[in-house]
Design a protein around this ligand. Structure first.
Ligand SMILES: Nc1ncnc2c1ncn2[C@@H]1O[C@H](COP(=O)(O)OP(=O)(O)OP(=O)(O)O)[C@@H](O)[C@H]1O
Ligand SMILES: [Mg+2]
Length: 326
């Protein structure tokens, strides 16, 4: 077999100790670090979808943006196909990592035709410089995502939400990436349209051998799409496991409460569950509790939880949990 990469393991992406702190003004000449992402590590295998779930503000988007270097990470390392990303190779590597955004209404320039939108990354990366070849590539991409050649000359605002998201996907695929961050890519769409777009993502994954980091707050969407799921709470991963395993056996008290609210449509995992309501509000990320950030809302918290942050440890078979009591 032809050697196509230096990577000896099967990971397309390795994230290790990723931190993203934002300096936030808190008063006159005063700033504080907002720890949006605080020491996050995970891998994504080739062809795999890792789901990233958690409530609003827990740092999901920031993880995605830091990985593809829309932000310069405060700390940590990201390797793509076995090669660490550095300032030197970031431009070349970014070609292999694309992002599909949440809002198909605001992420596409209304003054550009579909052809211009989809071709823009090709222009930026100096690919297909011959106009005819570029047009052919655009038409090929439109067909790939389920749009017609006639759509090429129309403007983004003429399309429905689902079709716009297809344009966004075609644009992301233009440079032949191996890895895509899908950030709430169906959240803005009607449920019936959501299913079509999710299935398109799945088909494209098989066809093009793509790997996804699939960010969503909707557990049903995450369950449908993901091979494994990572649950975030206030900048940290608190649980990570195979999708089936986490549905059947949510272990961190936060995951337990998150999953208790959802009827998982799978007879094997269906369980009589009562909705677990958490006490209190999410603490401000500018003023995190000591030790485990979840302890202020946790029914099982002890003094130890306030003193020390629980590490994310493997409880067997790749089911990772960060909790002292579970
Ligand atoms: N550029 C920024 N400057 C300062 N703070 C930021 C910035 N971007 C995000 N934050 C803060 O970092 C935290 C994580 O935000 P992030 O957008 O990553 O969360 P999220 O999980 O994607 O939320 P949502 O589900 O609402 O999209 C939040 O407290 C947010 O206010
Ligand atoms: Mg977000």
């Amino acid at each position: 077999m032809e050697q196509t990469s230096m990577n000896s393991n099967n990971n397309i992406l390795e994230v290790s100790g990723l931190k993203q702190y934002f300096a936030v003004k808190t008063g006159f000449m005063k700033t504080r670090d907002l720890k949006a992402v605080d020491d996050v590590s995970f891998n994504i295998e080739k062809g795999e979808t890792l789901g990233l779930v958690g409530e609003s503000g827990c740092g999901k988007t920031t993880v995605g943006r830091s990985i593809i270097r829309l932000y310069d990470p405060t700390a940590g390392e990201v390797s793509f196909d076995g090669e660490p990303m550095t300032e030197k190779n970031v431009t070349q590597m970014r070609r292999n990592m694309q992002m599909v955004f949440q809002d198909p209404y605001s992420s596409l320039n209304p003054r550009m035709t579909v052809e211009e939108i989809v071709a823009e990354p090709l222009v930026i990366h100096n690919l297909y410089n011959n106009r005819k070849e570029r047009k052919e590539k655009v038409l090929e991409l439109l067909a790939l995502v389920g749009l017609n050649p006639e759509h090429a000359t129309r403007y983004a605002h003429e399309f429905s939400g689902g079709q716009r998201q297809r344009i966004g996907i075609a644009r992301a695929l233009a440079v032949d990436p191996a890895f895509i961050v899908c950030d709430e890519s169906v959240s803005a769409l009607d449920v019936s349209i959501q299913a079509q777009i999710l299935n398109t993502f799945k088909r494209l994954q098989r066809q093009l051998d793509l790997s996804y980091l699939f960010i969503a707050h909707d557990i049903l969407v995450i369950t449908y799409m993901s091979d494994r799921v990572a649950v975030m709470y206030l900048g940290k991963i608190v649980e990570l496991a195979e999708t089936k395993e986490i549905n059947k056996n949510p272990t961190h008290p936060y995951t337990e409460s998150l999953y208790s609210a959802v009827p998982i449509p799978d007879p094997i995992t269906a369980r009589e569950s009562e909705r677990i309501m958490l006490k209190g509000d999410v603490p401000s990320p500018l003023n995190l509790p000591s030790g485990c950030s979840f302890r202020t809302r946790c029914a099982y918290a002890t003094e130890h939880c306030a003193a020390q942050t629980p590490p994310l440890t493997d409880r067997g078979g790749g089911h990772f949990v960060a909790c002292w009591n579970r």
